[in-house]
Design a protein around this ligand. Structure first.
Ligand code: HAM
Length: 425
């Protein structure tokens, strides 16, 4: 064992998996870009106060934050999520509304590491600030749905809820608290602890011991104001109109405190229930204000890259892209020719790799095979003497042939076109 390993809950993403991550982000950028979202790149670290606004009573804030005092005596934290940073940026820069942004990148939460739960994990997400249209909620949800379809995922379920206006939510929370306190004896010890911190979160309990009490708990829907009810109705109508299937789930409360009205979560059909939330989001009107900005409506979501890729593995979709170069150069004359040829090919926009250390022909050909390149260019002393290189197709039926050294690029382009045709035939 080497002396150092990566820290628990953190991982090295190696090729070709890293190529899959990049492609995941690129597909997301395409889907978001096509809907008018521009990319925001917030810092990895902020004043801890920014993140405390996501919920004084949440695990994310109270237990899982990577915070420390920096050399300038500032109390800072690595971001556990990016919504708060986006709202802080909005309050700071005051862009024109509606402000539609997307993001991609790592977040940090000190959680108990397990499959699908890490201490450094990646998200892609969007946020829209400054618009209160219920059809915007629909657009946001549909964008995530569209993205899952682009990945090829089929077993994703959309759960939908509304937490009502802040006052509705407060009334509901009080009613829940009353109800659970009346049934304290029937609650699991864990849920009794949750109750003292956040009665809404008791609804999240998957423990069989709590099932009976939960079944009889008051429902949020009876607490909606007329405005909240109309907004939620319009969201459901819009989703139905676009043919997006959803399941109403009145116990969907989510792990962060800033949500109001529409909330939603995407669950994967193949993952363990503790880690099956592939992504989620909702409205958080009020968060910008709490960060010193003007009253501003907000809605967005974040999708966990790590978990979504696990779901892709389980469903056998969105595989790592084959890590292949176009050409592999084999040079048994010392390596200078390989240096020149790879430089020439790359300058012409053709990806190329080579072997080093003047290895044997056999060993270099092994490298050519491993590279996944459809073509090898081979240079030996005979080729140098004749002013040619040997072009060898590595797949398909074609045989190798000499090509003039001066015609290298043109010949390679032709041969690559031929190889591509054969691959799709
Ligand atoms: P969240 O539900 O905390 O929401 O995280 C969103 C997704 O990030 C989760 O569904 C999950 O896929 C992934 N995730 C969270 N924690 C971990 C972890 N420790 N390991 C692996 N994946 C994880 C938010 O972060 C909100 N900012 C979403 C949002 C945006 N709401 C409005 N706008």
């Amino acid at each position: 064992m080497p002396e150092f390993q990566h820290s628990p809950g953190m991982r090295d993403i190696l090729p070709p998996e890293s190529g899959r991550w990049r492609r995941f982000q690129a597909v997301f950028a395409e889907v978001a870009g096509a809907a008018g979202y521009g990319e925001i790149m917030p810092p990895l670290m902020e004043d801890i106060g920014v993140f405390q606004r996501v919920g004084e009573h949440t695990d994310v804030v109270t237990k899982e934050m990577y915070d420390f005092i920096d050399k300038g005596e500032r109390h800072v934290a690595l971001r556990p999520e990016q919504t708060a940073s986006v709202c802080r940026a909005f309050a700071q820069h005051r862009p024109i509304t509606p402000w539609k942004v997307f993001y991609a990148g790592p977040n940090f939460r000190y959680e108990k590491p397990q499959r699908g739960r890490y201490r450094q994990f990646d998200q892609v997400g969007i946020e829209v600030l400054g618009a209160d249209d219920p059809y915007l909620d629909v657009e946001v949800i549909v964008l995530a749905w569209e993205f899952y379809l682009r990945l090829g995922l089929q077993q994703v379920t959309l759960l939908l809820n509304s937490l009502g206006e802040p006052q509705d939510r407060a009334n509901y929370t009080a009613a829940l608290k009353d109800y659970f306190e009346q049934h304290l004896d029937a609650l699991s010890p864990e849920s009794r602890v949750t109750l003292t911190k956040n009665p809404l979160r008791v609804l999240d309990s998957k423990r069989p011991a709590d099932a009976a009490v939960l079944a009889g708990a008051p429902r949020i829907a009876s607490f909606y104001s007329a405005e909240a009810a109309a907004h939620f109705e319009a969201v459901q109508q819009g989703l139905t109109d676009l043919g997006i299937p959803f399941t109403l789930d009145t116990s969907l409360v989510r792990g962060l405190d800033y949500y109001r009205r529409t909330t939603f979560e995407f669950q994967g059909g193949t993952l363990d229930s503790a880690q099956n939330a592939l992504g989620g989001g909702g409205r958080y009107d009020g968060l910008v204000e709490s960060l010193g900005g003007p009253p501003t409506h907000g809605i967005g979501f974040a999708l966990g890259l790590d978990r979504t890729l696990l779901a892709c593995d389980d469903e056998g979709v969105f595989a790592a892209p084959p890590a292949a170069v176009n050409v592999f150069v084999v040079d048994t004359t010392g390596g200078l020719e390989a240096l020149r040829i790879t430089a020439e090919l790359r300058a012409a926009g053709i990806s190329a790799d080579r072997a080093y250390e003047n290895r044997s022909m056999k060993s270099q050909m092994k490298g050519a095979d491993r590279s996944g390149a459809p073509i090898a260019i081979i240079v030996g002393s005979n080729e140098i003497e004749a002013g040619v290189v040997t072009l060898r197709p590595l797949r398909g039926a074609d045989v190798q042939r000499p090509v003039a050294r001066g015609a290298l690029v043109t010949e390679v382009i032709q041969a690559l076109e031929q190889a591509a045709k054969e691959a799709t035939a």
